[in-house]
Design a protein around this ligand. Structure first.
Ligand code: NIG
Ligand code: FE
Length: 401
């Protein structure tokens, strides 16, 4: 047996759960890669062969490359002024209703060309990668018309060519009602379903379709359904911003459409949680947005656990509700704010995040999967959840390189 490359003298957090060991730890381990995939994982002493390239890890910990399964990485401008307004007493919702919020980022993004969008997003992407992220999802949703939605998705695809990273795109045209359709959310939802979505799908620019179901500042269930039905016709999987600010039965709607994930879900009710678990819809927790908009209603983690729901954790990186380009910070917030265990939090940025993107070829250290690795100078995996604002990442490997 020959390998292209082996990593030796490492501690492995495989995320392949075993009885009594949800992290699947292998101390003094080794990993071998061939053709960009993991060919062998185990104890160093059992390694069956050597390779042309050998990396000594000096006791570092290796995890599957981290996966940020929910970001709005591509946008122009910032919303620091709104942050000030919120400190002066305005709410996230009141700002949105007054034409600020998402629509202020829409104005800035419409005015930016593709090169400007790439240039603005790249430093944010680099911060995520520096922490060990190897797969990232990027949404559109600040164009709200075909040209800009397309430009955002093209910018996202371009980023994937500029850095070693896997990038999945989601069309989020149903993020807010644009000024051209003010007062006519029905009309805009139809326009998304009949015009924007088919055009984007035909160009192969989206890997999935997302929406924002919210009875006050987003789309209602019927409007979301229109968009989801168009996604099915185009052969694209769906996901949903659901039950973020109130219980709108978004979780159940996502489950009914076999969504890959329902995200935020602070207000998801028991029936919605059960429906998600039954449908295999992953729950994506976004503690950074919860923190930044000072939400106080916690997601019902106990009910989610009891239902056997798979939970992912993501940054939701965006200018309005979470300007935090750090998935490691989300590990800490998932534990401190939502009381996730270390094993739950780490599964949330690895194997469950892979499931949230419909990817079965990553998220664990196991033979046959992509050789996407993140190396850390830590004494135990819990350190990744423990630190606030300290990045112990030593390096990344993407597809074996
Ligand atoms: O995931 N809920 C809607 N969308 C984003 C916020 C986007 C924004 O405020 O610009 C979210 O929190
Ligand atoms: Fe979001």
């Amino acid at each position: 047996m020959t390998f292209d490359r082996v990593w030796l003298d490492a501690n492995l957090c495989t995320m392949v759960a075993r009885e009594g060991d949800p992290l699947g730890v292998i101390e003094d381990g080794a990993i071998a890669a061939r053709d960009g995939h993991i060919a062998w994982v185990g104890r160093r002493a059992d390694l069956p062969a050597d390779a042309t390239t050998t990396t000594q890890c000096d006791g570092a910990w290796i995890l599957p490359g981290l996966i940020d399964c929910h970001t709005h990485l591509v946008y122009a401008g910032d919303r620091a002024r709104e942050f000030e307004m919120r400190l002066e007493g305005a709410s996230y919702e009141a700002i949105a209703r007054a034409g600020g919020g998402i629509l202020s980022t829409v104005r800035a993004t419409r005015a930016a060309d593709e090169a400007a969008l790439v240039a603005a997003a790249l430093p944010r992407l680099d911060l995520l990668l520096a922490e060990g992220v190897t797969t990232i999802e990027v949404k559109s949703g600040y164009g709200l018309e075909l040209e800009t939605e397309r430009r955002m998705l093209r910018a996202a695809r371009r980023l994937a060519g500029l850095r070693p990273v896997s990038l999945q795109t989601s069309l989020l045209a149903a993020h807010a009602v644009p000024p051209e359709f003010a007062g006519d959310a029905d009309g805009y939802a139809r326009h998304v379903a009949e015009d924007i979505l088919p055009a984007i799908a035909a160009e192969g620019l989206a890997d999935a379709v997302d929406g924002f179901t919210d009875s006050v500042i987003g789309f209602d269930l019927a409007q979301t359904r229109l968009v989801f039905e168009a996604a099915r016709r185009a052969g694209l999987p769906v996901k949903l911003h659901a039950d973020q600010l109130r219980d709108d039965a978004g979780a159940a709607l996502a489950a009914r459409h076999g969504a890959l994930s329902a995200d935020h879900i602070e207000y998801a009710n028991a029936a919605g949680i059960a429906a998600m678990a039954h449908a295999g819809t992953v729950g994506v927790l976004l503690p950074g947005a919860f923190y930044f908009i000072r939400e106080t209603h916690l997601p019902d983690i106990a009910a989610m656990r009891a239902a056997g729901l798979r939970l992912a954790l993501a940054t939701d990186l965006n200018p309005g509700s979470c300007p935090a380009p750090s998935l490691l910070l989300m590990l800490n917030m998932g534990c401190t704010l939502f009381r996730l265990t270390v094993a739950e939090a780490l599964a949330g940025v690895t194997r469950h995040a892979a499931a949230a993107l419909g990817l079965s070829d990553r998220g664990m250290l196991a033979p046959g999967l992509r050789c996407d690795l993140a190396l850390y100078g830590i004494s135990r995996p819990a350190e990744l959840c423990y630190w606030i604002g300290r990045n112990p990442c030593l390096g990344r490997v993407v597809a074996g390189a």
